[in-house]
Design a protein around this ligand. Sequence first.
Ligand SMILES: [Zn+2]
Length: 146
Amino acid sequence: MSIEWSAAVSREIEEHGAATYPNECCGALLGSAQGDRRIVRSTLRIENARADAAHHRFLITDQDYLAAEAHATSAGVSLLGFYHSHPDHPARPSQYDLDHAFPWFSYVILAVANGRPGALTSWRLSEDRTEFLPEPTLHPPQSGGA
Ligand SMILES: [Zn+2]
């Protein structure tokens, strides 16, 4: 399995994470899947539903989920997963993340330290759903220079 995204997609996630710091940001990952290989084409920002604890846990509501699915369908792409930021914490899934994860989806986590975006990692639930497995991340070569 692997997941691929462009520098432009990285930038979208990093800008979102920096803008919401010290709170978490979250959003959806849209693109295409061929077998176990995923390509993220764009992202969709989601308002953080946990306003009372936005600095340490994100929540995607059923409505968010349905809206992301509908957006993907109308754009002719697939909902591949979700991203969120970890303000002043490493880019590794928390127990909360594990407890709220769905099978199949990719979970991308961005570390934001002191407001500056850092590591960007991707994870998938194991078959038995007891742990997250790191998902190898590829970055396609940039076309057109600059
Ligand atoms: Zn998390």
